[in-house]
Write a protein of this length. Structure first.
Length: 525
């Protein structure tokens, strides 16, 4: 296997030495990337099943998304820390991890993750962990920062031992990550950026319809204000009782890029008046905090988007399904969650319960697999999620597919932490998670445990509070509390948490107790 890798790399180096570094987005770059990805199949077959294989994972936790929308998320510079859960890969004693960030991570945060490793000493893990930084907190993506630093890219390559199989793990894969993969000569466990359009809001609706899933009434591939107004008018004409609609930018994320339109006072039977009212009222406030109408519409013009019915219901949930397509083309349902949403109209992701409600988790898994198979046939690779809106009608649930996210998301890192710590599996048929010894586990997670009084608490303070009050994960009974986004706490009063219990109630109790302890500690300072 190592000879195959060495032969491939030698031919690649010869190609690049003769042709020079290919231009970003060029046919030459895409050809090299395709070769790297094709080689990843053999690596996956031989190295991934073997915990003792010599392999290196280069983790690039860049949120390579629209930076103007991204900066509306408080503490977003620290969201790179969410992928620190992948340090738990060091539980495999011959695996190396290279973790690259915009700014250095406090050693106390790194130590916090390493102490979670089952069966591996902190010393042994540290010898195999390489933390690299751009020392750059500017508002551009991490991947752009790395590409602007040739010496840093050289250090990344030098951190990979000779003979090791290696690949990149990213939050999402865009043209920039493809360029970085080619510069580093590494495959990526993620979707080819040429397929990224499959996950935008317009194409999500088309794929859902082709798979026979319910979607809210709506219209795709819109670009202008007049098209938005026309779509809103047609929705109202088709459903005179419609109260609200949602305007979504194609490549918005976490609800940042959605706007909720209110039809109050608009009567479809008076067409001329209704058109005038809708045309004037389109200038509704976008959900993203501090994003002006002008900025919202500029993004809509650039990216396109959709208008669809806002699904109402007395009992309504927002579940999601997470899937993974591996390099061999196998599609698995890896988890389901009931999301907790906030903001105007409940558009912004705040947290999630795992797994989704047992009344419909299995059904969601089947629907998710249909979409996963459709995406697999189109060449999609890696982890992705599908969001739903579910409304109870009598004793049945009706599910509406909302969007596809071809990237990791807010439920990826909590689930990875659970699986790395318990070595268990999610059963898509029953909708339940079982640890390696057959015990069921549940969790509540949030990226947004936030209070103003938390500001000023340093990572050292948090760890001290957690130790004193036993707010930690206990490996003996595989339950407890784990923190993430720790770096954001002092400046923004915000952090993330994963609370694991043997029942949903126990998981929620851990979360309530965590909130109580932190608030009580703040009141005493």
């Amino acid at each position: 296997m190592s000879e195959l890798i060495h032969d491939f790399e030698a031919s690649l180096f010869r190609y690049m030495a003769g042709a020079g570094i290919p231009a970003p987005g060029s046919p030459e770059e895409k050809e090299i990337f395709a070769h790297l990805q094709a080689n990843f199949v053999a690596q996956f077959e031989n190295a991934f099943p073997d915990r003792l294989a010599g392999k290196t994972v280069v983790i690039i936790p860049s949120l390579t998304l629209d930076q103007e929308i991204l900066q509306k998320i408080e503490g977003v510079n620290y969201y790179e820390e969410r992928m620190l859960c992948l340090l738990l890969l060091l539980r495999m004693p011959r695996t190396q991890v290279v973790f690259v960030t915009s700014v250095p991570i406090d050693p106390v945060v790194v130590d916090y993750y390493l102490h979670l490793l089952p069966g591996i000493t902190g010393y042994h893990a540290r010898q195999r962990l390489h933390l690299l930084s751009c020392f750059d907190s500017s508002q551009v993506s991490l991947t752009e920062k790395i590409l602007a630093r040739p010496r840093l890219m050289q250090r990344i390559r030098q951190s990979i031992p000779n003979g090791h199989l290696a690949h990149m793990a990213c939050f999402n894969v865009t043209e920039l990550e493809r360029t970085l993969a080619v510069r580093l000569h590494l495959p990526v466990y993620g979707c080819d950026p040429d397929l990224f359009h499959l996950g935008n809001k317009s194409n999500s609706r088309k794929i859902f319809t082709a798979c026979g899933l319910n979607v809210p009434a709506g219209y795709e591939d819109l670009h202008t204000e007049s098209e938005i107004a026309d779509a809103l008018m047609r929705l109202k004409e088709n459903n005179p009782g419609l109260r609200r609609a949602v305007i979504k930018i194609n490549d918005g994320f976490s609800g940042e890029g959605n706007a909720v339109f209110n039809y109050e006072g608009v009567h479809a039977e008076n067409t001329a008046t209704a058109e005038l009212q809708i045309g004037m009222r389109v200038r509704t406030t976008p959900v993203a905090q501090d994003l002006t109408y002008s900025a919202f519409m500029n993004k809509f013009h650039q990216m396109g988007g959709i208008v669809e019915e806002f699904i109402e219901g007395d009992k309504k949930e927002s579940p999601s399904v997470q899937l993974r397509i591996n390099p061999l083309g196998k599609c698995d349902v890896v988890s389901t969650h009931d999301q907790v949403l906030g903001g105007e109209g409940g558009q912004v992701f705040l947290g999630a319960h795992f797994p989704a409600h047992p009344e419909y988790a299995g059904e969601l898994g089947k629907m998710g697999r249909k979409v996963g198979d459709a995406l697999r046939q189109r060449g999609v690779l890696g982890r992705f999620g599908i969001d739903f809106i579910s409304v109870q009608e009598g004793d049945q649930w009706k599910h509406y597919a909302i969007e596809i996210n071809l990237r990791k998301g807010g439920t990826t890192h909590p689930f990875l932490m659970l699986t790395f710590l318990t070595d268990g599996l999610y059963d898509a048929e029953t909708g339940l998670y079982n640890t390696a010894n057959g015990q069921k586990r549940f969790y509540f997670c949030s990226d947004n445990l936030r209070e103003d009084c938390f500001r000023g608490l340093t990572p050292h303070d948090l760890i001290d509070i957690a130790m004193v009050h036993n707010l930690q994960y206990d490996g003996t009974d595989q339950q407890g509390v784990m923190f993430h986004l720790i770096g954001a706490l002092s400046q923004y009063g915000k952090l993330g948490v994963v609370c694991i219990g043997d029942t949903p109630e126990q998981a929620s109790n851990y979360y309530r107790r965590t909130c109580e302890v932190l608030l009580n500690e703040c009141s005493q300072t």
